[in-house]
Design a binder for this molecule. Structure first.
Ligand SMILES: Cc1cc2nc3c(=O)[nH]c(=O)nc-3n(C[C@H](O)[C@H](O)[C@H](O)COP(=O)(O)OP(=O)(O)OC[C@H]3O[C@@H](n4cnc5c(N)ncnc54)[C@H](O)[C@@H]3O)c2cc1C
Length: 478
C-alpha cells in the first residue's frame, strides 16, 4: 500500500514529490508521458512572477509571492539556472497608467517588495529598446526567469534519489475507492494508496471524475510563442510585459536563462488541447510584441511552440481536499503563475498530507544535485574534466557546445532520457540555432547504443514520434 500516489509529473507533481520525499512516506508518481515536464510545464513563458497580478487575499496571491521568494535558494540547491532580471509592465495610454497604479497597489497589498512606478524616461533609460510610445511602466525587481523543465526534472530527480517511485508512460485510466483507500488503475497495474494528489494539469478534471469528484471547469487556452536566436538575446534585459487584459498577462518580450529571447503568448480559447502553432496566433503575437519593442528581429526566430493554459472563470487556483471524496487532494486550475507558485503549493500540499498521515522526517534525505555544464567551465576546469573522462572532450552539439560526457551523465541520472527531446531538455543538445539539424542524428546514435535499441525505435519525444522508418538502400554493405 502506497501512502500517496501523485498523478502527473509536471512542475506541480514534481514539487510535491520533492517536498514529500523528505518524510518517511511511500510515494509513487504516475506520469502518462514518456518524460517528466512534458505537459504545460515545458511550454510557457518561464517567468518567475513578482506577484502584482493576483487579486489580494487569494491563495494565488500568497502562493505567488511565497514561491517567488523561495526560488534563489531552491535553484542554487538544485543547480539550475535562475536570474532575477526584473520586469516592466508598459503603459501606452492614460488608461493604462491607471492600470499600472492598480497593479502597484495590488502588488503592495500582496507583499511584493520594491515595486516602483517609473516615468517614460526612467523606463527608456533602463530598457532603451522599448517603444517611444511608452508613457510609463511598473518595475518589479523581484521578477525572474527560469528553465521550467530543468526545475521540474531536478525536483523529480532528488525525489527519486530519495526513494520516491516514478512511473513514466503510465496513464491513470480509472480510480476505485473503498474501505477508506484508493486503487489507482493504469494499463499496467493497480496501485493501492491512502491519499491521491491530483496534479494532472489540464487533465485534472478527468482525474476528479474518475475518483467520483465533481470535475472542475477547464477552459483550454492556447498561447503561442517565438523563440529567437541568441543574437537577439540581449534586445531587452528584463521581462517586458504589456498591461494585462481579461485573457491574461498579455504578450511579453523577455530574455531566457539560456540566452535567447522569448516572445509571446497570445491567448485563444480552444475546444481541445491542441499545441499546433497557427499563423493567426503567431501574427497576433508578433504584432503585439513589436508594439513594445519595435526593433525586434523576428526573422531571427529559431522555433515556434505553444502551451495550453488550464483556465477557468475563477480568480484562484482550484486546490485543496475534495469535499466529496476525502483523501483526494486536487491541484487543479493551476494557471499562471503556477510555475512560480509551485514550491509554495508543494509546501501547502505537505501540510494537507500531515493532517492525514504522520510525517516523520527521513534522517538520510539528501537534498540538492550538481550538474557539469561543460560550456560554463573555465579553461582549467575543462582540462580537468576531460582528463577524468575524455568524453567531455567530444562535442556533440556544436551550437550549444554540449559534450558526449554530459549526455552520458544524463543517461546515468536518476531519470534518464529515452528520447531526443529528453536529451535536449536535460543537456541542451539541439537547443541552438540549428535546432538539432546537426546533432540530432548523433544523439540518436548515442541513445541507440546506450539503451541497446535500434535507431528506428528512438522517438523524438512522445511514443510514436519516430524519426527513421528503415533503410532506403537495402542491406548495409559490410
Ligand atoms: C502559455 C502559458 C504561459 C505561462 N507562463 C507562465 C509563467 O511565465 N510563469 C508562471 O509562473 N506560470 C506560467 N504558466 C503556468 C504554468 O506553466 C503552469 O501553471 C504549470 O506548468 C502547471 O503545471 P502542472 O504540473 O499543473 O501541469 P502540467 O505541466 O501539464 O503537468 C501535468 C502532468 O500530468 C500528466 N497527466 C495528465 N493526465 C494524466 C493521467 N491520466 N495519468 C497520468 N498523468 C497524467 C501530464 O502528462 C502532465 O505531464 C503559463 C502557462 C501557459 C500555458
Amino acid at each position: 500500500m502506497q501512502d500517496i500516489v501523485i498523478i502527473g509529473c509536471g512542475v506541480i507533481g514534481a514539487a510535491c514529490a520533492y517536498e514529500l520525499a523528505k518524510y518517511n512516506l511511500a510515494v509513487t508518481i504516475l506520469e502518462a508521458s514518456s518524460d517528466v515536464a512534458n505537459g504545460t510545464t515545458k511550454a510557457n513563458s518561464a517567468i518567475i512572477h513578482a506577484g502584482y497580478d493576483p487579486i489580494p487575499g487569494t491563495g494565488m496571491a500568497k502562493l505567488n509571492v511565497e514561491g517567488n521568494a523561495m526560488m534563489d535558494a531552491l535553484c542554487r540547491r538544485l543547480d539550475i539556472p535562475f536570474k532575477r532580471v526584473g520586469s516592466h509592465v508598459l503603459a501606452f495610454t492614460e488608461e493604462e497608467l491607471i492600470t499600472l497604479r492598480t497593479l502597484y497597489e495590488r502588488g503592495t497589498a500582496n507583499g511584493v517588495p520594491e515595486l516602483r512606478l517609473l516615468t517614460a524616461e526612467e523606463t527608456k533609460a533602463m530598457e532603451p529598446s522599448v517603444s517611444e510610445e511608452v508613457k510609463g511602466s511598473l518595475f518589479a525587481p523581484t521578477a525572474g526567469i527560469i528553465s521550467p523543465w530543468e526545475l521540474t526534472l531536478a525536483m523529480a530527480e532528488v525525489a527519486v534519489r530519495n526513494g520516491v517511485t516514478l512511473k513514466l508512460n503510465t496513464p491513470v485510466t480509472a480510480i476505485e475507492r473503498r474501505d477508506g483507500h484508493f486503487t489507482v488503475i493504469t494499463p499496467k497495474e493497480r496501485i493501492d494508496c491512502r491519499l491521491i494528489l491530483n496534479a494532472a494539469g489540464i487533465h485534472a478534471g478527468e482525474i476528479m471524475s474518475m475518483a467520483g469528484d465533481t470535475p472542475c471547469e477547464t477552459v483550454f487556452s492556447r498561447g503561442e510563442y517565438y523563440l529567437l536566436d541568441k543574437s537577439e538575446g540581449d534586445r531587452v534585459s528584463s521581462v517586458i510585459f504589456q498591461c494585462p487584459n481579461r485573457d491574461g498577462k498579455g504578450v511579453l518580450v523577455a530574455p531566457t536563462v539560456h540566452g535567447n529571447l522569448i516572445v509571446g503568448p497570445n491567448a485563444e480559447s480552444i475546444d481541445s488541447p491542441d499545441t499546433a502553432n497557427t499563423s493567426r496566433g503567431l501574427n497576433f503575437t508578433r504584432t503585439q510584441a513589436m508594439k513594445s519593442v519595435p526593433s525586434l528581429s523576428i526573422r531571427d526566430n529559431i522555433r515556434n511552440f505553444a502551451g495550453i493554459r488550464a483556465n477557468h472563470s475563477g480568480e484562484d487556483f482550484l486546490i485543496g481536499e475534495s469535499a466529496k471524496v476525502p483523501g483526494l487532494f486536487n491541484l487543479a486550475g493551476i494557471k499562471s503563475p503556477g510555475l512560480t507558485a509551485s514550491p509554495a503549493i508543494a509546501k501547502l500540499a505537505a501540510e494537507w498530507v500531515g493532517k492525514r498521515l504522520s510525517l516523520t522526517e527521513k534522517q538520510d534525505f539528501t537534498d540538492g544535485r550538481k550538474v557539469i555544464r561543460f560550456k560554463h567551465l573555465t579553461a582549467a576546469e575543462k582540462q580537468t574534466v576531460i582528463a577524468e573522462n575524455p568524453l567531455y572532450g567530444r562535442v556533440i552539439c556544436r551550437c550549444e557546445t554540449v559534450t558526449e560526457g554530459e549526455i552520458l551523465a544524463a543517461l546515468r541520472s536518476p531519470i534518464p532520457p529515452t528520447t531526443i527531446n529528453g536529451v535536449k531538455r536535460r543537456v541542451g543538445a539541439g537547443m541552438g540555432r540549428c535546432q538539432g539539424g546537426f546533432c540530432g542524428p548523433r544523439v540518436q546514435e548515442i541513445l541507440s547504443r546506450e539503451l541497446g535499441i535500434p535507431m528506428e525505435e528512438i522517438n523524438l519525444d512522445e511514443d510514436g514520434s519516430y524519426i527513421l522508418t528503415g533503410r532506403t538502400k537495402g542491406e548495409q554493405i559490410k
